[in-house]
Write a protein that binds this ligand. Structure first.
Ligand SMILES: Cc1cc2nc3c(=O)[nH]c(=O)nc-3n(C[C@H](O)[C@H](O)[C@H](O)COP(=O)(O)OP(=O)(O)OC[C@H]3O[C@@H](n4cnc5c(N)ncnc54)[C@H](O)[C@@H]3O)c2cc1C
Length: 308
């Protein structure tokens, strides 16, 4: 039996799509089709599908808002599970609730919504999230951060499911967070998280959000299609500075171009392919290494069949 037929016996038909173009699901707007895409609304739907995929050995991977990934032009042979939502309905993977200085948020809640919700009730700690276009699940996996903070610094605990069906909650201190990295089980799917925040006057929180937003507008190509920063900052330096110093600004392969605004952003000028982006990334990496001796490490994740 094919993946689609197997899964359609488990969840409502509207949660499944066949041959779904992945460029529609990533901010860089490249990537061929996934054999099947599953858009779960609840943890129990997710559990049913993931355990079936595990038993049937269907290759799968999980996607949030697709703002830190590049899919190949050939797409993905297997199942892509996309966890992202908008209507804050109770019981869904994008529900959000506050209790005192804690916020519980489902994996599909967007970081900007989380930040705005905290600000509205006078809770500080998530202001840095305002301009990061990810959702909680994907952002915890890569410990998203900005302006000197990151999710690991404000997380209390993370809930996830494991492919054989266990639901586990781990304390943030056990999740191995470091710069743009977490030690979360690579087979684990984050379903929600608890954040511990600090009370402050809402106007102070909003003011920090305003300052961070202005800074982003000034320094990043926010209106271009990109996957954010391509490379991690090496210890004690900035990848963007090294890329500028190596003369890579404006370098272009097909429709992919190193942004003129920020050297660490590769933007889709229109019509770029994943292979354009990968060739450009390699050219930048080589040139930076030749000129500065620094080997840049990718921040963006290249998604391949069979690799989660
Ligand atoms: C304009 C722009 C600005 C950006 N600025 C920043 C910034 O300031 N700081 C920063 O850190 N990043 C930034 N990014 C990159 C990106 O937005 C973040 O890394 C974001 O946190 C990724 O979240 P996502 O939901 O899009 O994850 P995705 O890109 O969908 O996935 C990222 C990874 O997480 C995994 N994943 C997804 N969902 C789950 C889940 N539920 N459980 C387990 N694993 C999962 C995926 O398999 C993948 O490996 C920027 C991107 C853009 C386009």
């Amino acid at each position: 039996m094919e993946t689609f037929e197997i899964l359609s016996g488990l969840v409502p038909a509207q949660r499944l799509r066949r041959d779904e173009a992945l460029d529609r699901h990533t901010t860089y707007r490249v990537g061929g089709p996934a054999d099947v895409m599953f858009l779960p609304e609840t943890r129990s739907e997710l559990l049913a599908v993931v355990t079936a995929a595990h038993v049937r050995q269907i290759p799968w991977l999980v996607l949030g808002n697709g703002s830190n990934v590049l899919f190949a032009d050939e797409g993905f042979r297997g199942l892509v599970i996309k966890i992202r939502g908008s209507i804050p309905a109770e019981g869904t993977l994008w529900h959000l609730r506050q209790e005192g200085e804690f916020i519980w948020a489902g994996a599909g809640v967007s970081l900007p919504r989380l930040a705005r919700s905290a600000a509205a009730t006078g809770l500080s700690g998530l202001e840095f999230c305002t301009g990061i276009p990810g959702v909680i699940g994907g952002s915890i996996r890569s410990n998203a951060g900005a302006h000197g903070s990151d999710l690991g610094a404000v997380l209390e605990s993370v809930e996830m499911i494991l492919p054989h069906g266990d639901v586990v909650t781990i304390r943030a201190s056990e999740a191995g967070f470091s710069y743009r990295k977490s030690g979360i089980d690579p087979d684990g799917i984050v379903t929600g998280a608890v954040f511990r925040l600090t009370p402050d006057e809402p106007e102070n929180v909003y003011e920090r959000i305003r300052v961070f937003t202005e800074y982003r507008k000034r320094t990043q190509p926010s209106s271009d299609q990109s996957a954010g920063c391509m490379f991690k900052n090496p210890a004690g330096d900035k990848a963007g500075r090294l890329i500028d110093a190596a003369g890579c600004k404006g370098l272009q392969v097909g429709g992919s171009r190193v942004s003129d605004v920020h050297g660490n952003f590769v933007v889709n000028q229109g019509g770029a392919t994943a292979s354009d982006a990968l060739r450009l990334i390699e050219a930048v990496r080589e040139r930076v290494f030749e000129r500065t001796g620094v080997a840049l490490e990718l921040e963006v994740r290249v998604m391949k069949s069979g690799v989660v």
